[in-house]
Design a protein around this ligand. Structure first.
Ligand code: FES
Ligand code: FE
Length: 414
């Protein structure tokens, strides 16, 4: 089933959710207070930590997720994750990986040696008779793999199904996904708000992508008056989020006149041709994923994850997918096409505009008075809906110290 098909098939069943529009700005801000506090992300959710291809040949990898330092490695075909802190003096094990056997990692400082599968302290190379051996364990994390990505669960509850925490359609059986990840210097929320903010098509107006596809980008799009009612908000079983159809919920704006005979328009504008918007539907999904169905062309969908690293940076997963690709050979060809063609055009150029937008938002909100002084317009209804949705349905807010060290025995294999 393609993304659009699964979207309609999964039409929301559960809880009612209506966008709150209190009269005063102050009252409106209260409706997204939890979201405002979530600068380190949402706790008790699944997040991609890396691509499976990065763990080839037993190579270990270190990555901070929601402020938690984590190391991962594939052992006997399965990926395991440990807290990246030695129990002895709390140094990061990843400062210098020492994996003398396939299923252990040894601290480079004094030789504490841990089991990748259980986190248990198996031996201490410099103190083999120490009574702590076998009685202590570093924290382990639950891991799942899907669509070529490795997901880690950050939280304290029994993890819900991964399918609840990825964008709609992402796990479709015949979908093939390929892409990359890069670090971006902005808080994760500016990435979400950039990803779902459809009227920012303005910054893409000169992108070569539309020209490459012979499609048309208008200079901008403006939300229809009843936009709030047109949003497809999903709060039932499965991922929680919202879908915004660009072709149905907006009017195109072809040019802007700022006087003095100066007109701003899109570089790809082709007058007289039938409108064919290149991006028909954008979705945002908790905890931090975006779907763009039929992008960059029909039969393909783009997915993105904005995984908080810390308060001021996120890992940007850029994923190109083919909606229906059951054939393995075809899938391999598609991956090469992403590496050689779509990657430079979409990931580097098109998304380069988005990275600039997020970094541009960073200072005004993280260091400045953005939360108090922003002026949202009716075009920002999806942003408001997203903030309110997260505030109502997040399973928790990550805070510094959420991940306390464990000092007892009893850690179990994920
Ligand atoms: Fe790791 Fe001492 S700090 S063994
Ligand atoms: Fe964009």
């Amino acid at each position: 089933m393609n993304a659009a098909g699964s979207a309609s098939a999964a039409a929301a069943a559960g809880g009612r959710f209506e966008i709150q529009t209190p009269k005063s700005i102050r009252a409106l801000r209260k409706t997204w207070e939890l979201y405002r506090q979530a600068d380190l992300g949402l706790r008790n959710h699944w997040y991609p930590i890396c691509w499976a291809y990065e763990l080839a040949d037993g190579k270990p990898l270190a990555q901070k997720v929601l402020g938690e330092p984590i190391i991962v490695r594939r052992v006997d075909g399965k990926v395991y994750a440990l807290e990246d802190r030695c129990l002895h003096r709390r140094v990061p094990l990843s400062y210098r990986f020492e994996c003398f056997t396939k299923d252990t990692v040894t601290c480079w400082y004094h030789g504490f040696t841990y089991d990748w599968k259980t986190g248990v302290l198996r031996t201490i190379l410099t103190d083999p008779a120490c009574e702590l051996i076998g009685k202590m364990a570093v924290k382990t994390y639950r891991i799942e793999e899907a669509q070529g990505l490795v997901f880690v669960f950050i939280g304290d509850i029994e993890p819900p199904p991964l399918a609840d925490d990825v964008p709609l359609g992402f796990l479709d059986a015949n979908r093939v996904a390929h892409g990359r990840r890069i670090k971006v210097d902005s808080n994760w929320r500016w990435a979400c708000e950039n990803g779902l903010d459809s009227t920012h098509v303005y910054i893409h107006r000169n992108s070569r992508i539309a020209g490459a596809l012979d499609g048309i980008y208008p200079m901008g799009i403006a939300a229809k008056p009843d936009h709030a009612k047109l949003l497809d908000i999903r709060t039932g079983d499965g991922p929680k989020g919202l879908l915004d159809s660009l072709s149905e919920n907006y009017e195109p704006i072809w040019s802007g006149d700022i006087g003095e005979a100066t007109e701003v328009t899109s570089a790809q504008l082709k007058f007289g041709e039938e409108l064919d918007l290149v991006i028909p539907s954008v979705g945002i999904w908790m905890p931090c994923g975006v779907s763009v169905f039929d992008f960059p062309k029909r039969g393909m969908s783009a997915y993105e994850f904005y995984v908080p690293i810390d308060k001021k940076s996120h890992m940007y997963f850029q994923i190109s997918t083919k909606d229906d690709c059951p054939d393995l050979k075809e899938a391999a060809v598609f991956r090469r096409l992403v590496d050689d063609f779509w990657g430079p055009l979409v990931f580097d150029e098109f998304n380069g505009d988005d990275v600039m937008a997020r970094e541009g938002l960073e200072d005004g909100y993280t260091n400045g008075d953005g939360w108090q002084q922003e002026y949202l317009t009716p075009n920002d209804i999806p942003v408001i809906a997203w903030r309110q949705l997260v505030s109502r349905y997040a399973r928790g807010v990550q805070q510094i110290g959420s991940n306390g060290p464990r000092d007892g025995a009893g850690a179990t294999a994920p």
